[in-house]
Design a protein around this ligand. Sequence first.
Ligand code: GCO
Length: 476
Amino acid sequence: LDGDSLPQDFIYGCATSAYQIEGAWNVDGKSPSIWDHFLHNKTTNDVTYGATGDVADNFYHSYKQDIPLFRKALGVGTYDFTISWTRIMPAGRGPLNQKGLQFYQNVIRASNASGMSNICTLYHWDLPQSLQDEYGGWLNQKVVDDFRGYARAVFQALGDECSHWVTMNEPRTFCTEGFGSSPESAPGVIGTYKDQYTCMHHALLAHAAAVDEFRRGGYKGKIGIKVDGGVSLPLDPSSAADQAAAARAMDFEVGWDVAPLYTGDYPPSVVASGAPPMNFTPAEKQLLKGSVDFIGLDFYTSQWVTPTENCTSSSDSFPECTDTYQQDPRTGIDIGRPTASDWNFDASHPTIYGGIKYLAQHYNATNILISETGMGVLNETNLPLAQVLEDVDRIAWYRGVMVAMKQALDEGLPLVGFIPWSCIDNFEWSDGYNVRFGLINVAYNASGQGSQQRNPKLSGAYLRGVLTQGNPINPY
Ligand code: GCO
C-alpha cells in the first residue's frame, strides 16, 4: 500500500471529538452537557483521576494553529470533528447560539483553507444535561424528536459544508458505559442491560430521524454512522461450537446496531433471544433500512469466544451466552499487545481485515470507512519527550492496520477510507489524560496541567509517508 496504489478518492483523515479537545465548557453561551455534569458532580466514583474536559486541549481557542498543524504533520486530506450540541443549542431544543455555530463555521473554514475537507459528526456522547434532567435522556423516546430537531438545525446551517456527515459515534459504547452497573461514562446512571438496550434502541431511531432530515433537505455529501467494531474470533477455530459462539457474539456486539441500518431490524439471533426491549414499528423499520450511505467502523479490539455453559436468560448481563477472552486460557497468550490501561489491542491482520469483510459479507455494506483506530499508551506522559515523540510501538500498530487495509483493497473489499484516532492527544474519557492516542503530543500531565505545547510524533510522519508520499508499509 502506498499513495500511488490507493483508490482515487480514498479518504485519509484524522479524528477528534468535541468534549475531548475543545475545553471552553461554559464559554460563549455553551450550556453543560452530561459529561460536564458527570465530571463536575462525580455522580459515581472518580473514574478520571480528577481530570475533566473543562480545558482539554483548549482547541476552542487554538483551532487556528491546530488545524494547519494536523494537515502539515500528518498529511491528512480530511479533518473529522464532532459538534457539541450544547454549544449551538444550549437548551437542547429551540434557539440557536450564534457564537457556537460560528465556531464550527470557523473550524470548517480553517480546514478548507488548509486544503482539507470535513467529516462532521452530530453526536459524540455530549447530550445536553437539560434533556437528561427533563426526561432521562437516551432512556426516553422523547430524545428522538429532540435529536431530529438538533440535526435539522445543524444541517440548515452547515449541511452543504461537510463532505460526510456522521449522525453519532458508537451508540453501543455510550449506552453500555453510560448505564452500566458501575457506569464509567456520562450520564453515569446505574442501570441494567435492559436500560442499555433501551438507550441503543432510541439511539438507532435518532440516527434514522437525522438521516431522514438530511435526505429531505437534499444536502450535498454523504451521511452515515460510526459503530464500534471489535471482532470476535472462535477460541478454537476447528470447534463448531466456538464458531457459532463467535457468530453470535458478532451479532450481539456489532450486528446489534449494524443490522437495523441494512435490514430494518435487529439480527435474527438477537430478536430470538428476547433481548430487545421493544420492537421497531413498520414505519421505523422503513426509516432505518438503508439509512447509511457509508458505514464507519471504529476498530480497537478483538476477542476470542466460547459458548457459555448453562446460559440462562435470567442472567443480568448481555444475554449473548458467550464467554470472551483476551488471553487464551489454555496458553496464557494475549490476543494483542497490552498497550493501554485496561484493555488489549490487536491490529493484527486477521482481525481488522475481518471486521471489514464481516460488514461486506453479512450486510452487503458498501463504502466502509475505518473511522477510528489507534493505539492508546498508558502513562505516555511520564516518558521523556524524545521517547514519546519516537513512538515506534505505535508505528508497529499502524503498520498492522496498513497490512490489513492492503489485503482488503487487494481483494476488492469496499474500503473507502482510513481515519486514525486521534489527530492529537486528548481527554480519554474514564482514563483522563493518562492514556494517549495522539499522533501529535500535547504537553500536559495526567491531570491535564501543562504548557499545552504541541509536538508531532513519528507515527504521524509514518502515516503521512505511507498514505501520501508512496513510502513502503514496512519502514525497517
Ligand atoms: C471511543 C471514542 C473515542 C475514544 C477512542 C479511544 O471509541 O471511545 O470514539 O472518543 O477516545 O475510541 O478510546
